[in-house]
Design a protein around this ligand. Structure first.
Ligand code: HMG
Length: 499
């Protein structure tokens, strides 16, 4: 491993801190949204066109938040070949709470046991879908701080997003991401360009600790999301303009090569991009309005806070921003439309989708805007500058290669019919927090290398095992190097045997 510490001592400040590698995990089974429309007896097109969703990934009773995070972290470590002893901080972001005290991070520490490394800072962070971004900020801040000991940080974000029967159910999903954080990263978090908006709202929350389901005020949640977006963008633009020289163009969507969003459903993302175009329009100088926004002059007097559900404004700016959406946002929606809302990993699933749509040279040097939102509410906008080093074997090339098979991985999932999906949801509902409990879900459909729950004992202690990594597998072709290593398959006994 490179001696970052010595580099820091020489230069006084770690350079280009950001995301070095990214791993994404989603469930191996999905339900088709158009079949769900029929099953739920809603009008055809409501989920697919109205919400913009194609498929929804979901977990049986074999997977929980611990298993999702064990899987994604194992895969990140195997893919990158970085030993667990080289991790000095591990942060977990999740809102899938199965224990009010014991963190997911401590469960993940079992993967560190063989390395003997227990000197690992960080713990779980929770606020709806925002926990992953809070974890990322913590990890980056650690590397940039006087506490940094020269090792890597890892961020794991995972969730199982399930809703009770009804309007919100098609906006579920599940998955996890793991991000390797350090200096000299191919995806650098731009310093000084971070804006947040945090306030109190009851738009989506989970007050019933015995249920996996949230309490949701759908309409309020959309208003909260869009108002947080407006606020974050205004502050981001202000900070961005302050750092620019007088001759440089001021902040607008034109400055960004890509704009990614937390994606509860894809239609809201498209509306959000249109919302940023509306913000640009209202900030634009009077003389540029007629050339850049022909036909929209009548909206010049609108106030943002009056337009959350203004159909005329929405329609006009959706149309105006369509080319920008197609070029700068749509490529990032692959995972969001195919898997659904993954909650904390959602934004980073969009990053994975964006990377998978690029070659190394087409991604190099790009500036990416990101908007993270978690109900309740907490939101942050920040930006990433992509490295320009396109050399083979360098981190950017490795990152792009690692995401090249994302579409194939999504296609390799197993389709489940809505009836069976509803039964599995019912099983999760009936057995949530049951102890003792032996899960019944089919293990054979899980991807190779997936950690799964084998049992919960009468003291609520959970045991997991891992499916073997097949020597040659199409499920995760990008990991063939690792799969060929025939890594040993550990079996974790979480509970009496180890604690
Ligand atoms: P709903 O009541 O079914 O919505 O709930 P609707 O009747 O308004 O229909 C949705 C859209 O489909 C509408 O389009 C309809 O016109 C259209 P819009 O008016 O919005 O442009 N539609 C059709 N289109 C084509 N063909 C048809 C058709 N029928 C209707 N036949 C809602 C929708 C999103 C509210 C619900 O699913 C829900 O409550 N979801 C959960 C909450 C959520 O996702 N909120 C998003 C923002 S909050 C957030 O992102 C945080 C979150 O991730 C949680 C966290 O932070 O942890 C959720």
């Amino acid at each position: 491993m490179p001696s970052f510490k010595s580099g820091m001592q020489a230069q006084g400040w770690p350079q280009d801190v950001g995301i070095i590698a990214l791993e994404i995990y989603f469930p191996s089974q999905y339900v088709e949204q158009h079949e769900l429309e029929e099953f739920d007896a809603v009008s055809q097109g409501k989920y697919t066109i109205g919400l913009g969703q194609t498929r929804m990934g979901f977990c049986s009773d074999r997977e929980d938040i611990n298993s999702l995070c064990l899987t994604v972290l194992s895969r990140l470590m195997e893919r990158t070949g970085i030993g667990y002893e080289n991790i000095g901080r591990l942060e977990v972001g999740t809102e899938t709470i199965i224990d009010k005290s014991k963190s997911v991070k401590t469960v993940l520490m079992q993967l560190f046991e063989d390395s003997g490394n227990t000197d690992v800072e960080g713990i779980d962070t929770t606020n709806a879908c925002y926990g992953g971004t809070a974890a990322l900020i913590n990890a980056v801040n650690w590397v940039e701080s006087s506490s940094w000991d020269g090792r890597y940080a890892v961020v794991v974000a995972g969730d199982i997003a399930v809703y009770a029967k009804g309007a919100a159910r098609p906006t579920g999903g599940a998955g996890a991401v793991a991000l390797l954080i350090g200096p000299h990263a191919p995806l650098v978090l731009e310093r000084g360009l971070r804006s947040s908006h945090m306030c109190h709202a009851y738009d989506f929350y989970k007050p019933d600790l015995s249920s996996e389901y949230p309490t949701v005020d759908g309409k309020l949640s959309i208003q909260c999301y869009l108002s947080a977006l407006d606020s974050c963008y205004a502050t981001y633009c202000r900070k961005s303009d302050v750092t620019k020289s007088a001759s440089a163009s001021s902040m607008s969507l034109e400055v960004l090569d890509a704009m990614l969003f937390h994606s509860p459903y894809c239609k809201l993302v498209q509306k959000s991009l249109a919302r940023l175009a509306l913000n640009d329009f209202l900030r634009a100088s009077p003389d540029s309005v007629s050339t850049k926004y022909p036909g929209l002059e009548a909206f010049r007097e609108k106030r943002l806070e009056d337009t959350y559900f203004d159909r005329d404004v929405e329609k006009a700016f959706m149309a105006n921003s369509m080319p920008t959406f197609e070029a700068k946002t749509k490529p990032s929606l692959l995972v969001a439309t195919q898997v659904g809302n993954m909650y904390t990993p959602s934004l980073y699933g969009s990053l994975a989708g964006l990377i998978s749509s690029h070659t190394v040279s087409s991604l190099a040097g790009k500036k990416i805007g990101l908007f993270s939102y978690g109900s309740g509410l907490a939101a942050t906008m920040f930006s990433i500058k992509v490295s320009t080093d396109t050399s083979p074997g360098m981190p950017l090339a490795k990152l792009v290669t690692s995401m090249a098979n994302l579409r194939d991985r999504l296609e390799s999932r197993v389709k489940v019919n809505p009836q069976a999906f509803a039964q599995i949801m019912q099983l999760r509902e009936d057995t949530h927090h049951k102890a003792p409990y032996v899960p019944v879900g089919d293990v054979s459909i899980l991807f190779p290398g997936t950690w799964y729950l084998t049992g919960v004992d009468d003291k609520h202690r959970r045991q997991y095992e891992r499916l073997p990594l097949l020597p040659s597998s199409n499920a995760h072709p990008g990991t063939s190097q690792i799969l060929n290593k025939e890594a040993p398959v550990p079996s974790l006994a979480i509970g009496a045997a180890t604690i």
